[in-house]
Design a binder for this molecule. Structure first.
Ligand code: ES4
Ligand code: ZN
Length: 328
């Protein structure tokens, strides 16, 4: 089974580039930029990677972002992820980044996007990995902050395909972001939102009805609502599921309890993704492997999940077809 997982060319659709910052690179960049980290060693930092919920993780994740200062830092961050993606036979990746977690620290908008874009563009040429970049709004901040940032995103629309919504879910329902999402949709951006990770099925419903999302990030909790689940399946709206993230953030108590089989049985277009691989214990293939071992995925189910990764991508249909044909 692990051989099949390794061998299949796949797409990854839910990966926060800041969440691919490995402790080793974090310390290297801290040193390069003269930044003092609150942890004395890599081991001391890794000891903190024991989360009880999303917020405990986010506090550590935003702290880690502080070492990202220059365009080269963002390039190096992306390049390190791309090497891992290549090893996992990822041939297309749609990555998230959080512009506000950098602009809020005084890093100009251009610095992050230019560094990231240059790395992905180089990798497309040198590694044959295609990509899209999705800029996420931090939902714990007021919508006005997103509206203020939006013109910067528009200015860089040649590099940014879509808009996402991430960070602390509880208490920050999708309805809070209707205005900026409506504008982004009107301007032709793809739109996605994290929903139903910790939040209720109602937030998934809002993401669909009020934000008109093209894909749902996580979406686990939609299963609490049978009618909603059937509607999502009927629409063919994809879920970007992140098994190791679900385990580490206690969305599931044990990987054997993961609802992936239920999702597939209900006809949901589920995909497998790594979310924040440096924090959650593995890149995309490790997510497939541990999930397969825990719930006993069949070869057919693995195949379906990999096919879904292309079907649910924002690639043009003609390119999707090429990837899907290559699987057979
Ligand atoms: C995130 Cl796992 C997760 N959920 C919500 N927001 C995030 N940002 C980075 N990882
Ligand atoms: Zn995520």
């Amino acid at each position: 089974m692990n051989e099949l997982i390794q061998m299949l060319p796949k797409a990854e659709l839910h990966m926060h580039i800041e969440g691919s910052l490995e402790p080793e690179l974090m310390f290297k960049l801290a040193k390069r930029n003269g930044i003092e980290l609150p942890h004395q060693s890599i081991d001391e930092l890794k000891a903190l990677y024991d989360f009880n919920n999303l917020q405990e993780f986010l506090d550590i994740y935003y702290q880690g972002c502080s070492v990202l200062q220059t365009e080269q830092d963002f390039y190096d961050l992306a390049w390190a992820y791309l090497k891992k993606a290549k090893e996992d036979h990822v041939v297309h990746t749609e990555i998230f980044y959080d512009p506000q977690s950098h602009t809020a620290r005084g890093i100009p908008f251009e610095v992050a996007i230019n560094g990231l874009y240059r790395a992905f563009d180089d990798a497309q040429e040198q590694m044959g990995i295609s990509f899209h970049i999705i800029a996420c709004f931090l939902r714990h901040l007021p919508e006005q902050d997103a509206l203020d940032l939006y013109p910067e995103i528009l200015k860089h629309r040649d590099k940014i395909l879509g808009i996402g919504l991430d960070s602390s879910e509880m208490g920050h329902p999708p309805e809070k972001y209707q205005q900026v999402f409506a504008q982004a949709k009107k301007d032709g951006f793809k739109v996605v939102a994290h929903a139903g990770e910790e939040g209720p099925a109602e937030y998934v419903k809002q993401a669909i009805e009020l934000l008109q999302v093209d894909r749902i990030d996580h979406g686990n909790r939609c299963l609490d609502d049978e009618i909603l689940t059937a509607q999502i399946a009927h629409k063919g709206l994809a879920l970007t599921v992140c098994p190791l993230s679900n385990l580490k953030l206690k969305v599931v108590q044990d990987l054997v309890d993961h609802p992936i089989k239920k999702m597939l049985k209900k006809g949901l277009m589920a995909t497998i993704n790594s979310d924040d691989p440096a924090y959650f214990g593995g890149y995309v293939n490790e997510n497939y492997r541990q999930l397969a071992a825990a719930v006993g995925l069949t070869e057919d189910e693995i195949f379906t999940l990999v096919e879904n990764s292309f079907k649910a991508s924002f690639l043009p249909d003609s390119i999707k077809e090429i990837h899907l044909k290559a699987l057979h």
